[in-house]
Design a protein around this ligand. Structure first.
Ligand SMILES: Cc1ncc(COP(=O)(O)O)c(C=O)c1O
Length: 376
């Protein structure tokens, strides 16, 4: 039996989104920039989706710039703030997604100063630590809303408030926050916020950058001037239609009882398990844990053979497996950071999946310990 428990990597598409994308692909045949009837019909699909997204996240429709996903949204915002500066200081949390860390690192290589602020051992980067890192020449502060590995919710509002008073630009990567934590763009009052459709049951390859009114956006890839000269390229009309149809379709808080029951059982069966960020405010569906002495990737492969799709914290980069930068930043050593497994619940998951996964983990652990010549 196949069980999918990796919704932070991508959430299975919801039916409404599949239907809306298929309908738009079939019926909205024109280019939204064309002035004729077919173009106007496609434009209507994009504008209706823009209005729906704006209403859902609490911003004006004019703040929504559709993109190819969270990665592009982050890159546009970072590029936009820094294209007009030759030097300066940047602040981010050390647990940002690579879609923020890598563009910032590139700027650091080009001469910008970069401060990466580490979290506490609960996986939360304190607002005080972020504020302490800010200097007179700080140009941009990046702070994610919800960490994709641990699910820890970050205190974005306090940091945003401090930056607003000093005119420092703030980018919030809210890709893992949409549908999983409170999200109100206007109330948060930041310059930029990035979102992605496929994390909420929408199509892959579409997302949005929300831009505060009055903040000018410098295009990353200049071209035909779509999205009011903020993101060129013909809009992904079926993707955008699917994105808006997915909004509100998955209630991730419904999976908290399953996540909590899973963790409870896991602690009973394997007492040395360490659940990450369980003492922090955490997104509703996520469980990141460490089985000391086990290699996360090997466990993942064992679970895969048993039909479970889960994630390990380590990432593959240039053929080399790297320990989770999130866990390393939390102060865990390399071996611990390599023994993590992330389970993220979503549509279709039941208590039975939680029970079965605990059993499979116990079995996999016994097998791996047996192979290593350790007592089961
Ligand atoms: C926190 C975070 N930011 C950005 C991204 C990238 O989003 P996309 O896959 O839409 O480019 C992800 C995806 O895993 C993510 O979890």
């Amino acid at each position: 039996m196949k069980r999918y428990l990796d919704c932070n990597a991508t959430c299975p598409p919801v039916q409404k989104a599949l239907d809306a994308s298929a309908q738009a692909a079939r019926d909205a045949i024109g280019n939204p920039s064309s002035l004729h009837w077919a173009g106007r019909a496609a434009r209507r699909v994009v504008d209706d989706a823009r209005d729906a997204l704006a209403a859902f996240v609490g911003c004006e429709s004019g703040s929504v710039v559709f993109t190819s996903g969270g990665t592009e949204a982050n890159n546009i915002a970072i590029h936009s703030v820094l294209s007009s500066h030759a030097s300066g200081h940047l602040v981010c949390t050390a647990i940002e997604h690579p879609a923020v860390l890598k563009p910032l690192q590139r700027l650091a290589d080009a001469g910008f100063e970069l401060s990466c602020v580490r979290p506490g051992d609960d996986g939360v980067v304190s607002a005080e630590a972020m504020i302490d890192a800010i200097r007179d020449n700080t140009r941009l502060v990046c702070m994610m809303l919800v960490n994709n590995e641990s699910g820890a919710i970050q205190p974005v509002r306090q940091v945003a408030e401090y930056c607003r008073e000093r005119g420092i630009a703030v980018l919030v990567d809210a890709v893992q926050g949409l549908g999983k934590s409170e999200l109100d763009f206007q109330a948060m009052d930041v310059d930029f916020m990035s979102l992605s459709a496929h994390k909420i049951g929408g199509p892959k390859g579409v997302g949005a950058l929300l831009v505060k009114r009055g903040v000018k956006l410098q295009e990353l890839a200049p071209g035909g001037g779509q999205e009011r000269n903020r993101r060129s390229g013909t809009e992904n009309v079926p993707g955008i239609a699917g994105f808006s149809a997915a909004l509100g379709q998955v209630d991730f808080t419904a999976f908290t009882p399953i996540r909590d029951a899973f963790e409870q059982q896991l602690k009973e069966q394997i007492p040395e398990v360490r659940i990450i960020s369980d003492q922090a405010p955490r997104s509703a569906n996520t469980s990141l844990f460490i089985l000391p002495g086990m290699d996360g990737e090997t466990l993942l492969m064992q679970l895969d053979l048993a039909g479970f799709a889960v994630a390990s914290g380590s990432a593959c980069s240039s053929g080399k497996r790297e320990a989770s930068h999130v866990l390393l930043a939390m102060g865990l050593n390399d071996a611990m950071a390599r023994s993590s497994v992330r389970v993220s619940f979503g549509p279709g998951n039941t208590m039975d999946d939680a029970d079965a996964l605990v059993k499979a983990l116990v079995t996999a652990r016994q097998r791996l310990r047996g192979m290593a010549g350790l007592a089961a």
